[in-house]
Design a protein. Structure first.
Lengths: 275, 410
């Protein structure tokens, strides 16, 4: 159990959303996709269009939790020379102009290779709020959680539809920031979110967890955001659809900033709660 | 029959490995997306129960004996001994004579029996050389289970014969084009599928890597190699071997033959990795020799990776060793000094394959040929009377097509 309380921009965000009676919009963006320059341009656009929190994807050579779209984005970014130190640079640059919370999102290995103490220092210095490592489940995460907490950073944890109710108490004990609730079994961006799929699931989680619940995987359209918000999610995560939006704008030679801004704005409209 | 454990034993006793968290020292563990965690916990629990159940062992042992052809023979390699100078005694443990031609069936029969007991009727697996795919397809055919095999596109071409065998036995083979289109990518794709189907489907991991409980389970099912060999060599020679040599891809045949000798600390283990075109070329699969500790495919172990923590594609002439990871128990043996891990190049393996074919009338698999090449390499330094046990993990029939590209027989 984490003894050190973490409180940073991420916690302020969720407090603010609660006060405003709305859900938060979290966007996943693969760092360096299709190039580092694109990410540098797009981070401010996301923030200005109303994104509440950015998951900056650290590309990995062997992303097992990702569907074809994010796999491709990672491969393109790596081919274009994206690295973890460059992601830190982007982070620092973004933090100089914007206060939107950011967590680094990726496979555990690139963080581990760097060393978790070093990662915690790096992120604190660059102004990020935490990390999420897709293959670092709760039972393996104790040490990492403590190291990050000692620098006032969150280790955001995943929960899945296959997580049985009897294990939720340990999530309640250990998780900070928010919990990322995977909406279906499978990889990112490969299924649709429906009320039927998520209502029992979110209800079950809510009975045990008081920390903000972010629903992710399969949320693409404004209507999906509405479904998630109406079902009680405190935040929604959109990833695959943002990558597809970027791919499409580039392929069609459209104005990238405007296309992304418009897409993100269409999602933010659905964040307010109806009750 | 057994010999007393040597008194100067300094290594951690067997029964403590792995611990409850699936750790062998700092290695192992269960580093998977949360979606799979409960499935793996359930599998571990089911496996513990089954392994402690005598009726399971009766069922498995009967299958191994009456269907798979166990025990496999221990063959004295007379002409190899002569060619190496006549000072050594060399025994081959003949897993090439197991049904389907490699050790892989020991594991798939065990896991299919387990899958049946936990009520899973659909099986997925990855394969590199195709031997594990064939062994999985075989066990599934035997029990009428649906079988889907993920295989890197490059490997489906290198090992076309095995693809045909799998299909002939009713398996569906899915060529994987992502990443480097080899074994690691086949595992990625099988894992991705399993994220969606884990509640109905059992994933038969083919080597002693992956998340807990696979490293332990695969080892336990492969341990029959070493248990038999230990008894056989004691019966023949009245003593234990001085050296045990085996090739290491993910490490299942090697852990299977090493593990039962773990407490016999005078028995030296040699794990032979693929050096591909040579370490300086960067094109190799010498994971323990050149890798750094990382987390890959569910466990903490040595991994070939870049300075940025990205996995480096491996290279080996043999598809079954072409893997940038390695089982955590081997990393533990390497770090604690219990085993030694050495690299052998493509050309050295090819030469050993030809030599063994001519000297023994045994065409070994390219994977196995790495172990034999290591024996050839170390022979001059061994004292007269040294007793060597080598795991002949598989036969080379599957490699014949690709061998024809490398060997000119005139
Ligand atoms: C004959 C043979 N030996 C060895 C291996 C390597 O696997 P492992 O290290 O798990 O024994 C393979 C893999 O396909 C194989 O077919």
């Amino acid at each position: 159990m984490t003894s050190i309380a973490v409180n940073n921009r991420l916690d302020t965000l969720f407090a603010k959303c609660r006060a405003e009676n709305r859900a938060a919009l979290i966007l996943y963006l693969t760092a360096g996709f299709p190039t580092a320059a694109h990410t540098r341009r797009l981070l401010p656009v996301l923030a200005e269009a109303g994104c509440d929190l950015v998951e900056l994807g650290i590309p990995f050579s062997d992303p097992i939790a990702d569907g074809p779209v994010i796999q491709r984005a990672s491969a393109v970014a790596l081919d274009a020379g994206m690295t973890y130190p460059q992601a830190l640079d982007m982070m620092s640059e973004f933090r100089r102009s914007h206060q939107t919370p950011v967590i680094f999102f990726g496979a555990y290995n690139p963080f581990l290779y760097r060393g978790m103490d070093q990662v915690a220092d790096d992120l604190a210095k660059a102004g990020a709020e935490g990390i999420l490592a897709a293959d670092l489940p709760l039972d393996e995460s104790g040490e990492v959680r403590d190291v990050l907490a000692s620098r006032n950073l969150h280790l955001v944890t995943l929960v899945a539809p296959t997580t049985p109710e009897r294990r939720l108490a340990s999530f309640a004990d250990q998780c900070t920031g928010f919990i990322y609730c995977i909406s279906y079994k499978g990889t990112t961006g490969t299924q649709e979110v429906t009320t039927d799929l998520i209502s029992d699931y979110l209800g079950r989680l809510r009975r045990h967890l008081s920390i903000p619940l972010a629903l992710g995987f399969g949320i693409k359209r404004p209507a999906d955001v509405r479904t998630a918000v109406d079902t009680g999610a405190d935040a929604v995560v959109v990833g695959t659809a943002l990558i597809e939006c970027i791919e499409k704008a580039i392929a069609e030679g459209a104005d990238l900033e405007k296309t992304v801004f418009d897409y993100v704005s269409s999602l933010t409209k659905e964040l307010p709660r109806r009750r | 029959m057994s010999l007393a454990v040597s008194p100067e034993k300094t290594f951690v006793p067997l029964d403590q490995r792995p611990d409850k968290r699936g750790r062998f020292g700092q290695f192992g563990g269960r580093f998977v997306p949360e979606t799979l965690v409960q499935t793996l916990m359930d599998l571990e629990e089911a496996y513990d129960k089954v392994w402690a159940d005598p009726s399971f062992h009766v069922e498995l042992d009967t299958l191994l004996r009456e269907y798979a052809g166990r025990p496999t023979p221990l063959t004295r390699a007379h002409r190899t001994e002569e060619a190496l100078g006549g000072h050594l005694k060399i025994y081959f443990k003949r897993e090439d004579l197991l049904h389907t031609g490699a050790h892989k069936l020991n594991n798939t029969l065990g896991q299919v029996l387990l899958a049946r007991r936990i009520g899973k009727k659909r099986i997925i697996a990855e394969t590199g050389a195709g031997q594990h795919g064939v062994a999985t397809a075989t066990a599934c055919a035997l029990f009428g289970l649906e079988c889907v095999i993920y295989m890197g596109k490059e490997d489906t071409e290198r090992q076309a014969l095995n693809v045909f065998r799998m299909k002939l036995m009713g398996a569906k083979v899915i060529p994987v084009t992502s990443g480097t289109a080899t074994l690691k990518d086949a595992i990625n794709e099988a894992m991705r599928e399993w994220l969606a189907t884990c509640e109905e489907t059992h994933y038969i991991f083919g080597t002693c890597a992956g998340p807990h409980p696979f490293p332990r389970m695969v080892r336990d099912f492969q341990m029959v190699i070493g248990k038999e060999a230990r008894e056989q060599i004691l019966a023949r020679e009245g003593r234990l071997p001085d050296h045990v040599i085996a090739c290491v891809g993910g490490g299942s045949n090697s852990i299977g033959i090493f593990h039962p000798f773990y407490d016999d600390t005078k028995v030296e283990f040699w794990g032979v990795e693929a050096e591909g075109k040579g370490i300086p070329s960067g094109e190799h699969a010498a994971t323990i020799t050149m890798g750094k500790v990382g987390v890959f495919h569910g466990s903490r172990s040595f991994v070939l990776q870049t300075e940025d923590g990205q996995i480096t594609p491996a290279h080996s002439i043999s598809a079954g060793l072409d893997y940038p990871g390695v089982g955590p128990e081997h990393s533990f043996y390497a770090e604690s000094g219990r085993g030694r891990y050495v690299p052998i190049r493509d050309d050295e393996a090819l030469a050993a394959l030809q030599k063994t074919s001519q000297l023994e009338g045994i065409i070994p698999a390219l994977e196995t040929s790495h172990a034999i090449a290591q024996l050839h390499k170390m022979a001059p330094e061994l004292k007269p009377g040294t007793l060597v046990l080598l795991c002949l993990s598989g036969r080379g029939d599957k490699d014949v097509f690709s061998l024809m590209k490398h060997i000119d027989l005139k």
